[in-house]
Ligand binder design. Structure first.
Ligand code: HDE
Length: 729
């Protein structure tokens, strides 16, 4: 554990010429402590939160001040039917507290879900960073991760077309490191100055307060059509990345270029990646739109239930590291957040694994009060001059004060570091700590005079900003309010992204643009977008124009003529698909009069593959089997459409098959599974239903007895079916 640093008088001069550590007689950790010991002694184990977790055991009910309560039903009144008395402190306190239960929601990323977990280093990288966490393989720290949509309010839906936030708080022994990223590696804008405009344009429109959680409206596309720098991000937002199947199946990206700094103060540029162990998968658009009605909480439920069932989602942390020579050689600026570095040009090296293994005990106390700050970095991790990142460094600290109401938000247990925290910052609203002694200033000599002297800086182990004034030879000359010329190419990477997709994925992007622009009421805005996207790909622009039944206007003028980059398979979801059934969901629709064996075979095959099974029946009490026994249902057909499953089976008796074919919910169940390109395993008696639902034949239409077949297809979609179920442009 931490040692007492030597007094300044006796301290040898620091080899790097740093000032000696001031005198102090208090213990505090330094980076010179053995790393493993630090981790063992200081790694959080959840106890920090346990100290404030109320178990909810039966106990005597009290007021907030501890006074026992005798009656929680009736307020105090004068006579049986008389007026209520102001004196009733139990009533007043209860209503007063209730009146203030809500806090302002996040201005963006308001709707989110989170989980606790552990991060473990698998490859040490001391050559790149002096961060204690990364000094040794096997080092572990606790993490808290919040996933979110961006545009919608806290009560909005889980599956709109939107970017997803992926914010991770690492509780390291050197303080909290927050990697506040998204599931898309680039962003809409290059400069923080434009963020309020972006957000105003995408949120519900100012006069009518709709649409909620949607980009498909005039103000968003108006703004986008005038912001060519957004075109690369627009390609991602129109791709299936913006409609993930699950938080568990998304990549995460730090987006900006950061820097790692080693013990010799050598800096290396870095981009952070999270790679999901379950692979990446998305919904199809019609399914994600229907899910907004079927289950508003689709992603939230999926995360919570998976963790509760012990299917802990995992991601590998990867880094792309590069130096200034590499940066200078690229045809884009690595400080521009609208650009990515293709993995083929700079491979991702995996250095750790994160496992989310515990649901929060209380949504408000943990998920809602979690405050992530990109400015939370630890020694060995530094920023770059990316102008978007620089703006974020201000915004997040600032916004917590308005959301959480106090500069002491860092004391809220979910935000508090799991390592010692000492300084001379004092007081403020909601101060919950009681610093002892009268030393609340520094320097002071009280420590040498037998009193508590308080903490002192650690010039060696403490955070030191890297010395270079600016990045990449960008030496300061004069104050300028400009955009660097190296940021001017807005289309080459948008084209790279489009060209890197499979035909199926390109078709989805075209359809998404047609859907979104069809919701735009002002035709001139649609035309302005068509003018921009011709600079990305003329074929795509023509297909979108066809889908809108509009003529292509002249192309917008591009500041820099786009170049063709080498397509990158890592940008496509389908080129990286992984057939993993773990954590998937099979819905089995059953009717009266069936044989249980068929259901049992499906169930055991699915469970052997790590998938969850839901028995769906016309009535919640279940069905009566052929042998007269009962099979209980988990869900009722009316209210559990097939959109909530990865694949479905329909096991019907002859009579049951006919009844389903006469039930709109039954027809939708089969028709949507077909339209959403899912595997359907059906008993022969279900054929009347399949006919009524216009279900055709292909490799994904199986016999109910083919339990293995349907489980193998849980993580796949019948892409070849797509032209049969919706128009292609
Ligand atoms: Fe954020 N962003 N952002 N953002 N952001 C917020 O901070 C902001 C940006 C991201 O689960 C806010 O605590 C500015 C990029 C996530 O609690 C706010 C700019 C990326 C979350 C804010 C950006 C993100 C936020 C709102 C442009 C991906 C949710 C509430 C300069 C790398 C964190 C809050 C959570 C939240 C500002 C752009 C990711 C207002 C000014 C780029 C995942 O401070």
């Amino acid at each position: 554990m931490a040692k007492t640093p030597p007094s300044s008088a006796g301290k040898p001069a620091d080899p790097k010429g740093l000032p000696p550590n001031p005198a102090d007689d208090l213990n505090f950790p330094t980076n010179s402590d053995p790393v493993t010991a630090q981790f063992e002694s200081q790694r959080g184990n959840g106890d920090e939160l346990q100290q404030v977790t109320r178990p909810g055991d039966p106990a005597r009910m009290t007021t907030n001040h501890g006074v026992p309560i005798s009656d929680n039903e009736n307020s105090l009144r004068m006579g049986a039917r008389g007026p209520t008395l102001l004196e009733d402190f139990a009533l007043r306190e209860k209503i007063f507290h209730f009146d203030h239960e809500r806090i302002p929601e996040r201005i963006v990323h308001a709707r989110g879900s989170a989980a606790h977990g552990v991060f473990e280093v698998t490859e040490a990288i001391p050559e790149f960073t002096r961060a204690a966490l990364f000094q040794k393989a096997g080092n572990r720290c606790d993490v808290f991760v919040r996933f979110s949509t961006v545009a919608g309010g806290a009560g909005s839906v889980d599956t709109p077309r939107d970017v997803r936030g992926f914010a991770t708080k690492f509780y390291t022994p050197e303080g909290n490191w927050d990697l506040v990223g998204n599931n898309i590696p680039v962003f809409f804008i290059q400069d923080a100055m434009k963020f309020p405009d972006l957000v105003h344009s995408v949120k519900m429109e100012a006069d009518r307060a709709y649409p909620q959680a949607a980009t498909a409206h005039d103000t968003f596309w108006d703004w986008i059509s005038l912001m060519p720098e957004a075109m690369h991000m627009i390609m991602w937002a129109m791709s299936d990345r913006a409609i993930p199947r699950s938080f568990r199946m998304m990549e995460g990206f730090g987006v900006h270029t950061f820097r790692l700094v080693n013990a010799e103060d050598k800096a290396t540029f870095v981009k952070f990646h999270w790679k999901p162990r379950l692979g990446i998968q998305s919904l199809v658009w019609d399914e994600s739109a229907k899910l907004q009605g079927a289950d508003n909480d689709f992603h939230r439920r999926d995360l919570f239930e998976s963790i509760a069932a012990g299917h802990f989602p995992q991601w590998d942390l990867g880094i792309q590291t590069f130096d200034a020579a590499f940066a200078d050689a690229q045809p884009y600026d690595v400080l521009d957040a609208t650009k990515l570095i293709p993995e083929e040009d700079c491979p991702v090296r995996l250095i750790g694994t994160m496992t989310l293994n515990r649901n929060p005990d209380n949504f408000f106390a943990e998920t809602e009060q979690a405050a992530f700050l990109p400015s939370n970095v630890v020694p060995g991790i530094d920023f770059s001059d990316d102008p978007l990142l620089q703006g974020r460094l201000f915004s997040y600290l600032d916004t917590q004060k308005s959301r959480l109401g106090t500069t002491n938000f860092h004391q809220i247990p979910i935000n508090a570091p799991r390592c010692p925290m000492h300084n001379f910052q004092r007081d403020g609203m909601m101060q919950t700590q009681i610093p002892k002694g009268r030393a609340n200033y520094e320097p002071n000599s009280l420590g040498q005079r037998g009193e508590i002297g308080g903490p002192r800086v650690d010039a060696v182990g403490g955070y030191r900003t890297i010395k270079s004034a600016t990045d990449l030879g960008n030496e300061p000359t004069e104050k300028l309010r400009i955009r660097a010329e190296s940021f001017a190419d807005h289309f080459s990477q948008a084209r790279l992204f489009y060209k890197s997709q499979t035909e199926t994925e390109q078709g989805h992007m075209v359809s998404a643009l047609i859907f979104e622009l069809s919701k735009v009421e002002i035709a001139g805005i649609r035309e302005a977008v068509l003018a921009q996207i011709q600079n990305i790909d003329m074929g795509m622009a023509q297909r979108v124009a066809n889908g809108l039944a509009m003529d292509l206007p002249p192309a917008a003028k591009a500041a820099v003529k786009p170049v063709d980059m080498k397509p990158s398979d890592k940008l496509s979801i389908l080129k990286q698909a992984r057939p993993i059934s773990t954590g998937r969901k099979l819905g089995i629709l059953v009717t009266d009069g069936i044989d249980k064996a068929a259901v049992d075979a499906l169930k055991s095959a699915a469970e052997a593959g790590g998938a969850a099974v839901t028995i769906v029946a016309p009535k919640i009490g279940g069905v009566t089997l052929k042998d007269g026994s009962k099979l209980p249902a988990d869900a009722r057909l009316d209210g559990t459409p097939s959109v909530v499953f990865d694949a479905v089976a329909i096991v019907a008796s002859a009579e049951g098959g006919k009844q389903l074919a006469a039930d709109a919910a039954g027809i939708d169940f089969a028709a949507f599974a077909w339209a959403h390109l899912k595997a359907i395993a059906a008993s022969p008696e279900a054929q009347p239903l399949l006919d009524k639902a216009n279900v055709g034949k292909d490799d994904f239409i199986l016999a109910a007895s083919d339990a293995k077949g349907v489980v193998d297809k849980l993580s796949q979609r019948a892409w070849a079916r797509e032209p049969q179920v919706r128009p292609q442009f």
